[in-house]
Design a binder for this molecule. Sequence first.
Ligand code: PMP
Length: 306
Amino acid sequence: MASADPSTIAYLRDSYRPLAECQVPINLHAFQYGTGCFEGIRGYWDGERINVLFMREHFERLAGNARLLHMHSPSVEDMCEIAQELVRQNRCQQNIYFRPMVFKDGLELGPVLHRMDDGYLCYIIPLGDYLDTSKGLDLCVSSWTRLSDNTIPTRAKATGGYLNSALAKSEALMNGYDEALMLNSRGQVAEGSAENLFLVRDGALVTPDLASDILEGITRFAVIELANLLGIPVVERPVGRTELYRTDEAFLCGTGCQVSWVRSIDRRVVSDTRGPITERIQKLYEDAVYGRDPRFAHWLTPVPVS
Ligand code: PMP
């Protein structure tokens, strides 16, 4: 699993310093109660600069989720500037992943969200593939139910909510699968532990709608934009479990996994090779994020390193 180099320069509260010096107390509220919200953002190295993918969109989502959780984030502009400064200070020259977080920075006992200081941090780790994209993924439907919007909203990308993802992902890996799909409390398909799901049914993309207890994935919106451009219909609606076993193609998408094709679900083979629609979406996505297709230049924020 990927982790950050301790000498890398990170940002904590209001200063830049080596990650190894970014310490928080053991009685920190965010540590005790999981009271934080975060983002994962990719930066792609093109040989001269880091192209940060959907930078503004990620920080807008973080600021909105902080508000949802009674937290105050720095301004979107400031968070964008800090991310770019980290690229410059670390002289990054490979694909990277930013982990920004807004968190409850108080030491008081008791699970509340109001009347407490908020902190902000951001650090960078090198990141290649998050899931093994060289082969199709073998998925299972998890025995764990996805958090519902009225428990810990998945939409909020809250740190504490990732216990739900971790239970599902570890169960899947320990049982020999690559990733888990979770059903929501209504028994409909929600998403993976850190990915949104698309099926291909009768030539159309089908994906759980935004009220299906999913994260409003930024890659998900990007895939919809690509499908519109390619003339592939997209249907956002509740998805039944057994549709997973009848689908023509399936893929996961997310900042980490990018576009990753699915080979099987619960030991039912979806397809032994990457399906044609998945292939078109994946190829266009890769051309976009690596800056090879100028139609998607607005997805990227170039940060020169030297
Ligand atoms: N769902 C969950 C639960 C996630 O953690 C992620 C990763 N952020 C996604 C979906 C994909 O979202 P995005 O495309 O914004 O990375």
